[in-house]
Structures are given as C-alpha cells and as structure tokens.
Design a protein. Sequence first.
Length: 231
Amino acid sequence: MEPAVPERARIPIMPAMVSSRPSVPEPRRGLRLDPLSGRLAGARQVDSPNQDDRPPGCEPELVVLHGISLPPGEFGGDGIEALFTNRLDPAAHPYYRRIAQLRVSSHFLIRRDGELVQFVPVHRRAWHAGESSYRGRRRCNDFSVGIELEGTDELPYTDPQYEVLGALLAALFAACPRLGPEHVTGHEHVSPGRKTDPGPAFDWARLRRGLAMGTASAETRGHVIPGSPRS
Ligand SMILES: [Zn+2]
C-alpha cells in the first residue's frame, strides 16, 4: 500500500490563481466534481464503454498524465473521441488500422484549445495506463485518474491546457481525499520503456509552479509532485 497522504491544506488551491487570470473563460472557474455521479460540472460529457468498477477498496490516489493525438501529430479532429468510444474507422487513416481494435479510455481529455471532455466517472476505472507501476504498486488503472492532453511528446502543450489542467486538478484534489499534488505523474513514469507520453514537451516545473501558487501552506510546497523525475 501507499504511505498515507501527507496532511495538507484542503482549500481548493486553483480557483484563487485562476481568478487572477481574467482571460480564463467563466466555465473553467466553476469546475466541480459531483461526488455521487463522479462527473465534473464544466466538462463536456461523452460516455466511453471502456470502463468498469474499481477493485474493492480502491479509490483515486494518483493522477496519470498522458499525451495523445490522432492521427499522430494532428490536432482538432474526432479521432481521440472515436477511439475512446470504439468507433474509430480503421479505413480512415493507416495508423488507425493498428489501433482501432483497442479498448481504451481516459477519465478526461484536455484539447489544445482547453476544451475539457470527460469520458468516465472518476469513481469508475478507466483503461488508460495498461501495464504500469507507481512506487512499486502495479495496475495503476485500479487507483488512478487518467488525464489525456491533446499533443505530442515534442510540441509544447498550450497555455489553455495548463490552465485547465490546473483547475481540473484542483477540483479533483478538493473532491478526492487521497488525491494531491504529491501524486501526479506521467504515463512515461509508470510505464517506462513502453510509453513516452506526455513527453519532454510537458513542462512539469510549470505545473508545479501553478499548483504551488495556490497552496495555502508553505510546508506543503516541498511535496509538490516529488514523484516526477523532473521535479
Ligand atoms: Zn499514455
């Protein structure tokens, strides 16, 4: 089992930061997770059939960040949503022939423009990490929330993506008692050698700064995302 999550401020940490950014559209400030449905108010809801119950006793304790683009390197199309809802057309692109039969999903997707889509309720298990291990604990899907960022390993992720990711993490931390900034990692870190996303393009220091800005207690700042090798 994981060690107990360190004591930390329960104040939602991002709204204060977001509210200092007048450019952020109104809906992004209002992200709130409904504890009964596991759905996030403020996210567009798309149901993925690729989900099931978490194992008994498992609750969200980890956030796994991913990067994805379909076709690879192309943004803005329907490929990701089609993949996560089992309706990807294998004839639509040569790459799709290799992946159309996969049964995968994530809880959330943040598009390049900051649009937030939810595919799986947070209390359910999404199928995003595959073979994986976090601090010696295997099968990360059992106890994690998966967030996909539309992008590639090499191209910088966008400002709206960082802003929405920060707001989403704050909403998750506020709603899930075992989630926190000390347990946010990348797919490349839980599946090393097999996965490379979100890749060197993802700015872990920027995420860490954004989270720390809203952290009420100075003592928690030293614990922000120590799980990341770039921390
Ligand atoms: Zn991934």
